[in-house]
Design a protein around this ligand. Sequence first.
Ligand code: ADP
Length: 731
Amino acid sequence: MGIREKESYSSMSNAKQTECDTFASRETLNTLVETLPGALFVVDDTQTIVYANARAQAMLGATPEELRGNSFWPSAPQLVSTALYQAVLRTRQTQEPTEVEYGSPVTRTWLHVQLAPTVGGVMLHIHQRRAPARRQERVPTSQPLSGAVLDGLHAGIAVLTPEGIVLEINEAPLDGAHMRREEVLGKPLAEAPWWSFTPAGQEQLRDAIARASTGETVRFETPVRPREGMLLHLEVAITPHVNADHHLEYLVITGIDITARKRAEDEIRVLVDAIPQLVWMLRPDGSTEYCNQRWRDYTGMTFQQGQGDGWLQAIHPDDQQPTLVLWQRAVQTGRPYEVELRLRQGTTGDYRWFLVRAEPFTDAQGQIVKWVGTSTDIQEQKRAEEALRQSQERIRALIDSNIIGIAFNEGEEEVIVEANDAWLHMTGYSREDVRSRTLTRAAPLFERALQEVAARGQHAPSETELVCKDGSRLPVLVGCVLFQEQPRQMVGFMLDNSARKELEQRKDDFISMASHELRNPLTALKLQTALLQRQLAKQGIPASVPALSRMETQLNTITRLVEELLDVSKIQAGRLEYLQETVDLDALLREIADTMQQTHPSHSILVHGAVRASLLGDRDRLGQVITNLLENAIKYAPDAQTVEMDLSASEDAVTIRVRDHGLGIPREQREKIFERFYRAADPKQRAIPGLGMGLYIVAEIVKRHGGTITVDSEVGKGSTFTVTLPLTRDA
Ligand code: ADP
């Protein structure tokens, strides 16, 4: 500071007394202030300009009329600074002159301001310089952040008077708003474009400033509009600054651009609303902080209704207590929380099962700040689980019923992996044997069944023998179900067949014995009858001949029955013997047809074609086949007139077809009629006498000759039996 300025400063500090001095006229005073080298302002207590000298007018580029009566700060934005504002306050408080030097952020010049109290106001005498006149250390350094640093920040920072007038502002917000600093400085922030776009926004800021002026730090998030077409989201903090005497000096407002974060949050919210789960956040005390749209849609509750512990109401009454217990445990331990519970669907009132999980969310200190949870609808899964449980229970009950032996096999080796008690009992194996997973011996049992399954998708239970642990053989009826192909998994069923087999054996033994026992007396009876017939003829008593011949016919019938019985028991025991002779089939067939025609005049037996071949076999047995088929054709076609026999041959086989026009055989019985003692169930057929042995013997003989027998039939229309015999054995 130069000598002249010092002088003028001292003359200024004396101005107060001068004002009171009687010798100095107002004119003199005016001239004096107008000649001062700096700009001079006098402001009153409301900081309204009451006087500005010519230099002051020049500095601000305004007429005295434009200045006088107007507020100082908006009128002189290039002078506005926190330092000057503080100096004005200080001068008013202390009523002592002071001075301050600072760089104007608007003009980029250095300002040296001398301040002195006046009656009801302050006088400011301002000098403008290119460089600081004073040593830096003499300048108050209450602000550690330089203008340059603040201007480099992305955040918006401003210093406000407690009334909300901008004293300082950094570059970032000005940039965004395309504004010059002087357009903002000295004016209420609420009227700047960021805030002025909505009355609500303005009101919010004014409120916040008013609250901050009472000493409170105020934070809020709000949208602002720096300029037309640009909307930002700011996180705003207003911090009051107090001096050593606890007097509020100014407010610092910061605004951090959180637009990107908000957008990300919005995106997350959209995402959270889009996922099928119900998503929610609870505060550490269990009260609701957030729940997504789906939660609200599902429960039919509003966010407000879900507030506090309102969410509990959506939980099934039976699940509320356990849920709370688990929740409290989670809160105590800070561990993730997981529970299955039923939630009520708001629209229907029905409950559905949900899997509820929540993870604690901690702050830097490890303190839980919230719980983030999801509820996933598992109703279908629950239903499937329940169905599975029930099905498993049913299967368990079936397995444990122990009515039949059940064993589960796995893999190519068909290792038995599980078996029930009945199976263990039948086989003599122990549970340990099964557990060892070394039992594979059951496999051959099911071989045939599996082949049938592969070929036809199913199989009929079959009789076989099981080799038990002790080597003994147990007759069983087995069946199996292949329920997985790769790796192979199947379940085998086994029924102890020994009692039936024993009974059958006893029956076979009886038939064999009975037929033997019957045959001898029958043979004797037949001989005696023949003898008697001859003797009576000799004695000339011809009247008895018809009676005796009827007796002989009956005896022949009985003999045939006994022969058949014997054949059956021989077949059973595998002891039926066959001769090997060359058989002239045509001759044999004709002979049989002739004989049959004589004994059965009711039907015409028509023979078509010829086989013209001989084959190697048992003539009588082959004759037995044809006789039986012709007898049946006549017997089961009581109302028909003809029975046809078609003969044909190919290079390697002869085919004999016996066709009738009788009752026919239902499809389901066509296989069975070749079984031992099987007779059709139909009452019409039952009325026709028979023992169900003929076709069994026929099939066996055909089989032993390497041939096949099949039947084709239509109920009510008739049947055709086809016998095919190979000619490979032709002599
Ligand atoms: P059966 O002594 O009962 O005739 P078979 O073994 O010869 O015994 O025949 C078995 C069953 O097959 C008979 O009971 C009958 O129901 C049926 N059957 C056999 N041949 C015929 C046929 N030509 N027409 C209709 N049903 C027949």
